[in-house]
Design a binder for this molecule. Sequence first.
Ligand SMILES: CC[C@@H](C(=O)O)C(=O)SCCNC(=O)CCNC(=O)[C@H](O)C(C)(C)COP(=O)(O)OP(=O)(O)OC[C@H]1O[C@@H](n2cnc3c(N)ncnc32)[C@H](O)[C@@H]1OP(=O)(O)O
Ligand code: CO
Length: 138
Amino acid sequence: MFERLNHVGVATPSVARAREHYARLFGPSAVGASFDLPAQGVRVCFVDAPNTQIELIEPLGDASPIAAFLDRNPAGGQHHLCFEVADLDAAIRDAASMGARPLGEPRLGAHGTRVVFLHPREMGGVLVELMEASRAGH
Ligand SMILES: CC[C@@H](C(=O)O)C(=O)SCCNC(=O)CCNC(=O)[C@H](O)C(C)(C)COP(=O)(O)OP(=O)(O)OC[C@H]1O[C@@H](n2cnc3c(N)ncnc32)[C@H](O)[C@@H]1OP(=O)(O)O
Ligand SMILES: [Co+2]
């Protein structure tokens, strides 16, 4: 049901400072440009690691879904795991039938395909993002 790990979400109070840190770790060419996704309440930057991506996310305002996480973790930290699925609607149905709790309706994610989040409480303490796969998207 769940497929490839697409990205690891890392919350940060400053994408600009985090970009510098990850450029030292993976090289400057691995670090993409940052961009805002107001509909998701975050500023985003992808880092290309050899086998996956790291998604740096900074809150856009107090209403951001990651604002409370950063209040609890002011220096930032690992925030979510994103797995690809072939059929998002089927994956949501399957996950819900196993007790997972989808957070709202699917919406367009940073790769331009539909995503939905599963509440960490039913997912062993891990916030999980399901992303409808687009092989061009990573
Ligand atoms: C860039 C776009 C997109 C993409 O395409 O990749 C993204 O990744 S956007 C990323 C940001 N968006 C989201 O995270 C949307 C979904 N998240 C949410 O709706 C909320 O973050 C949340 C999961 C409902 C939590 O909201 P919060 O305000 O923090 O609620 P609580 O303070 O009440 O926490 C409830 C409960 O959950 C624990 N928690 C919270 N965040 C995490 C986390 N990231 N990982 C693990 N656990 C988390 C929190 O500690 C509380 O636990 P208890 O105290 O045991 O109740
Ligand atoms: Co994500």
